[in-house]
Design a protein around this ligand. Structure first.
Ligand SMILES: Nc1ncnc2c1ncn2[C@@H]1O[C@H](COP(=O)(O)OP(=O)(O)OP(=O)(O)O)[C@@H](O)[C@H]1O
Ligand SMILES: Nc1ccn([C@@H]2O[C@H](COP(=O)(O)O)[C@@H](O)[C@H]2O)c(=O)n1
Length: 506
């Protein structure tokens, strides 16, 4: 962006303007009039006055042309510079107008003027007038020359926002109070269009959000989970496609501007002003696309934010609790629930409940558990999603999940939920084995044969998942070999940010 603008700024389209030859001729005639008309002294004063009036008219026309040029400088985005030029462009006309008025006054007051002859006074007036006008013209030409060698960037954006900026100095105040140029107005118009566009997008977003809202006061949301997730995925895909399209259109616009930049360089030599207009249009077009592009990026960010870590219309916090079998995950989760208000979802418990419910997957799950193997992800994820939706809470401890890479990837893909962190209970196999054999809860997998298989599965499949989250700096490791209360002290430190807020009742 800066490149394009800079490029354009390096090749300003204005050319240096000389005062028309006619004006110069008239000025010389006016200066030499008193001497030309020596043979007819009575003619000098009226002739001087009339030539001055003609000069005034011509300067007026010439001023119009300059003002038009200044407008082009402003349109190009050099607002401050055009403000300076605007005043200078008016000075020659103002000088000639005031001198003409003075000359006419001298003529009218002729009988009262005794100090110097009228003719001499007129000559002095015209010399001063021509000198001043010449100086101002020179100043204008010098400024134009400076402008043509200008390497800065247009200050249009500064002037556009100037009205919104607080100002301290008087100069600033004058600058801010200056009337908005047409270019500024155009940019404001584009901003308005963009705001309109954004508000439409916000409405669309709100519509999307309403789908996630609960429809009754009960605990069960009236929304089909699969449909909800599918439509969210579709929205994301559509938006990404739209953004890609806008991006390619933006590239196209940039390409065109680059092309026109080189043309403008050529035009600068040939003094063709038409393509400058084209450049201005392209610059505006690029601005439009850029604004649209950024608006889309913001929109995309919003959508992603909405899509991520959302379930049944609510933002959820998920903590994965991992560790070897018997490391004490379930024991500590119960404490966390009590102290920090989380909902505990044990993948193993959900699978065991599924067996008990007599579901068609029951036998398969039971066999997998007996073998210490990991049940296919879709079964476990479905159970977890259902459990999460059923609960009112928005803070979940997911215990014993993800157990392998497939579990992890599938959960993130399907739910778009990533854990706030992973709580890892680190314990030796000897200690875990001792605890499992002493658990005495009648579990089919708490026998030495299955325990050995479960340890193997943990090392081969679950540890890589912990490694994965560790590489993302998400693992909080706990020494789980310590006694239960000591382990919980460490756990408490980690969960301190999730402590329920103390409410003071008056
Ligand atoms: N820090 C500890 N010190 C001693 N015993 C513990 C400790 N933590 C838990 N235990 C005991 O070890 C046994 C297993 O604990 P727990 O069920 O919490 O482990 P787990 O990690 O959830 O196991 P699994 O993965 O098999 O479900 C329980 O009998 C429990 O009372
Ligand atoms: N994500 C999971 C979690 C558990 N399993 C199976 O359940 C068994 C018991 O799990 P615990 O967490 O209670 O120890 C486990 O050995 C697995 O067979 C699973 O498949 N997937």
């Amino acid at each position: 962006m800066a490149h394009e603008r800079g490029g354009a700024a390096r090749h300003p389209p204005l050319r240096r303007h000389q005062p028309p030859r006619r004006t110069r001729c008239l000025a010389s005639v006016a200066i030499s009039a008193p001497w030309i008309f020596l043979f007819a002294p009575d003619m000098i004063s009226p002739l001087l006055c009339s030539s001055n009036v003609i000069l005034l008219v011509l300067t007026g026309i010439f001023q119009q042309y300059w003002v038009h040029q200044v407008r082009k400088v402003r349109l190009q985005g050099y607002y401050v510079f055009s403000q300076k030029l605007k005043h200078i462009a008016r000075l020659p006309f103002a000088t000639i107008a005031s001198r003409t008025a003075l000359m006419l006054l001298i003529m009218v007051c002729q009988p009262l003027v005794h100090i110097l002859s009228v003719s001499l006074l007129l000559r002095i007036a015209i010399v001063v007038e021509v000198t001043c006008a010449g100086c101002f013209m020179g100043l204008y030409i010098w400024h134009i020359h400076r402008y043509n060698s200008l390497d800065g960037q247009p200050d249009i954006l500064r002037s556009l926002y100037s009205a919104l900026q607080p100002s301290n100095t008087f100069e600033d105040q004058r600058y801010y109070d200056a009337r908005l140029s047409e270019q500024q107005m155009a940019l404001l118009q584009y901003q308005r269009e963009n705001i309109h566009y954004l508000s439409e997008e916000v409405l669309r977003l709100q519509e999307c959000l309403s789908k996630y809202q609960r429809t009754d006061a009960g605990t069960t949301p009236q929304v089909d989970l699969a449909h909800l997730l599918a439509s969210r995925d579709q929205e994301l895909r559509a938006l990404t496609a739209e953004m890609n399209q806008v991006h390619s259109e933006l590239q196209l616009a940039r390409g065109l501007i680059d092309e026109k930049d080189s043309e403008i360089q050529h035009i600068r030599v040939s003094n063709n002003q038409d393509n400058f207009e084209l450049w201005a249009q392209l610059w505006m077009l690029q601005q439009l696309w850029l604004r649209r592009y950024f608006a889309l990026l913001i929109y995309l960010k919003l959508i992603i934010e909405v899509a991520e870590n959302t379930l049944g219309g609510k933002k959820v916090t998920v903590v994965f609790v991992l560790g070897g079998p018997g490391s004490g995950k379930g024991t500590q989760c119960a404490n966390i629930v009590e102290h920090f208000g989380f909902t505990h979802l044990s993948a193993g418990d959900l699978l065991r409940a599924e067996i008990k419910s007599g579901s068609e997957n029951g036998t398969m799950i039971e066999n997998m558990i007996k073998e210490g193997k990991i049940v296919p992800s879709e079964v476990t994820i479905k159970l977890l999603q259902e459990a999460m939706i059923k609960k009112e809470n928005d803070k979940f401890l997911i215990d014993g999940f993800p157990r392998n890479e497939e579990n992890r990837a599938a959960f993130e893909n399907v739910t778009k939920i990533s854990p706030a962190f992973v709580l890892f209970f680190d314990c030796s196999e000897e200690e875990m084995e001792r605890r499992l054999l002493g658990r005495n809860q009648g579990r089919v997998d708490d026998n030495i044969e299955t325990i050995k298989k479960r340890f193997k599965t943990f090392v081969e499949s679950s540890l890589p998942v912990i490694e994965y989250y560790n590489s993302k700096d998400k693992v909080k490791k706990i020494d789980a070999a310590k006694p239960i209360p000591e382990v919980f002290e460490d756990v408490k430190t980690i969960f301190a940010p999730y402590a329920p807020k103390v409410v003071f009742h008056i």
